[in-house]
Design a protein around this ligand. Structure first.
Ligand SMILES: Cc1ncc(COP(=O)(O)O)c(C=O)c1O
Length: 435
């Protein structure tokens, strides 16, 4: 019997199966809370079977059936030295790799002041980085603001693993971009407790939106004002899809650039990595970087050691060959051109979706959420259940999409060929119209 104040029904189902067995009796409270969501990964697995050629579920970029891969990775993989292949990496990563990633951060975010941020620590993927930062800053007494909808793993990490509360705020209203009024209201309310914790993920999963320059100024202004009024603020920037910006008015740097030296009461964390930026989804390496004017060298050192404790006690260290491969990517003269070509390929797919929407009358049941970047776009479903539409698309048309709750259908256009897009979107519109 689960008496915890909150238990996901899927966890309760598993507990009911295990109750009365040795496993059930031995489970910890975290063990009781854990479950595997029927979300993105489960739906994506279904689509692999039923939608092999029209699979818009996956957060990877393919071309002609093959994943995109940079030459630096495919060439260097067989040539790594024994040291690069199998030695243990230091707990926070190979120093040379961490420095090279920091240099790349400053190149990609010219307004970032390198002396004001920590040396990025290597972790096994953005997911792990988020989990470690959650270990440091969230527990059953804390609340974190996240966009609603958001990447479904946030609730598994923050709610189930850390037992914290996620305050879902619709970051996107009915307007063309961010609902700054809703975001500010939520921050103001949390500030009454003395501390605000918030996660921003731009380009966003699932909406595919990144803030414009004006919206970035407004967000930074809200955070500055909150700090000036006395609250401590943790801002986590999940920059998994950094760089895939398809419109000119988007702010081209990470929000972290603007937050890292904003105010003594603001602690900014950038969690990013080559997973999507360098097309290496399965390599499993990413970086955690902190920035705050309040972080003096001794504080940086102490915070770094706290993070070391989180890494050491869970995964021990990140993958060594992956780190050396990233060093090769960063120093290979072919990388910039190849990344530009991949970007143009994905932007072509984005533009095909935009063109489809622009040339078709507004759909009565599907309204696109604002999107301008990243891998995805999502439809809000009006008067139609996203999950039953997803199932219909899969079973009757061999099209794989993701249903996020009853109200959102996510389409990963980055995983489709440009030539497929008009036909697939046409089928989605038609199927939804008849549903
Ligand atoms: C918003 C967001 N953050 C993090 C990740 C995961 O990144 P990684 O594969 O590096 O753990 C994803 C993608 O799957 C994502 O959509």
């Amino acid at each position: 019997m689960d008496t915890h104040r909150y238990m996901n029904p899927l966890a309760s189902e598993l507990n009911a199966v295990l109750d009365g067995t040795v496993t059930g009796r031995l489970l910890s409270s975290l063990g009781r809370r854990l479950f595997f969501p029927r979300g993105i990964i489960a739906q994506s697995n279904e689509a692999k079977q039923l939608a092999p050629v029209k699979n818009a579920t996956i957060g990877m970029a393919f071309h002609q059936g093959q994943p995109l891969i940079l030459s630096a990775i495919s060439d260097a993989m067989p040539t790594l030295t024994a040291k690069e292949k199998v030695t243990y990496a230091p707990t926070a990563g190979v120093e040379e790799v961490r420095k090279a990633w920091k240099d790349s951060l400053v190149k990609k975010n010219p307004s970032l002041k390198p002396e004001g941020i920590t040396l990025p620590a290597a972790v096994p993927g953005v997911t792990a980085g988020i989990a470690f930062v959650a270990d440091l800053f969230l527990d059953e007494t804390s609340t974190i603001i996240a966009s609603d909808p958001c990447w479904d793993n946030y609730s598994l990490i923050f709610t189930e693993r850390r037992d914290a509360k996620v305050r879902g705020v619709p970051f996107f209203g009915t307007g063309p971009g961010l609902d700054l009024v809703a975001i500010e209201a939520a921050i103001r309310e949390e500030a009454k407790t003395g501390a605000v914790r918030i996660i921003f993920n731009f380009p966003n999963n699932p909406s595919g939106y990144s803030p414009t320059r004006a919206e970035t100024d407004a967000l930074v202004g809200i955070i500055r004002k909150t700090a000036e009024n006395g609250a401590d603020i943790l801002v986590i920037c999940d920059d998994a899809y950094f760089g895939l910006f398809y419109e000119d008015d988007i702010y081209r740097e990470s929000l972290f650039s603007r937050l890292a030296d904003l105010h003594e009461k603001v602690l900014a964390v950038k969690i990013d990595g080559p997973t999507k930026e360098d097309y290496v989804w399965g390599l499993r390496v990413a970086f955690v970087t902190f920035g705050s004017p309040g972080l003096k060298p001794e504080h940086q050192d102490a915070l770094g050691k706290k993070l070391l404790g989180a890494i050491r006690s869970s995964v021990s260290c990140a993958n060594t060959p992956a780190q050396y491969l990233i060093l090769k990517v960063l120093s290979d003269p072919r990388t910039a051109g190849e990344k530009q070509a991949n970007y143009e390929l994905l932007r072509g797919r984005y533009r095909a979706v935009k063109a489809f929407i622009a040339t078709h009358p507004a759909h009565p049941k599907l309204s696109p959420m604002p999107f301008n970047s990243g891998y995805f776009m999502s439809f809000r479903c009006n008067g139609i259940d996203a999950e039953s539409l997803r199932k219909k698309l899969l079973a009757e048309h061999g099209i794989g999409t993701i249903a996020l709750g009853p109200g959102i259908l996510r389409v990963a256009f980055a995983a489709l060929e440009e030539e497929q897009i008009a036909e697939i979107y046409g089928t989605i519109y038609e199927a939804a119209g008849k549903h």
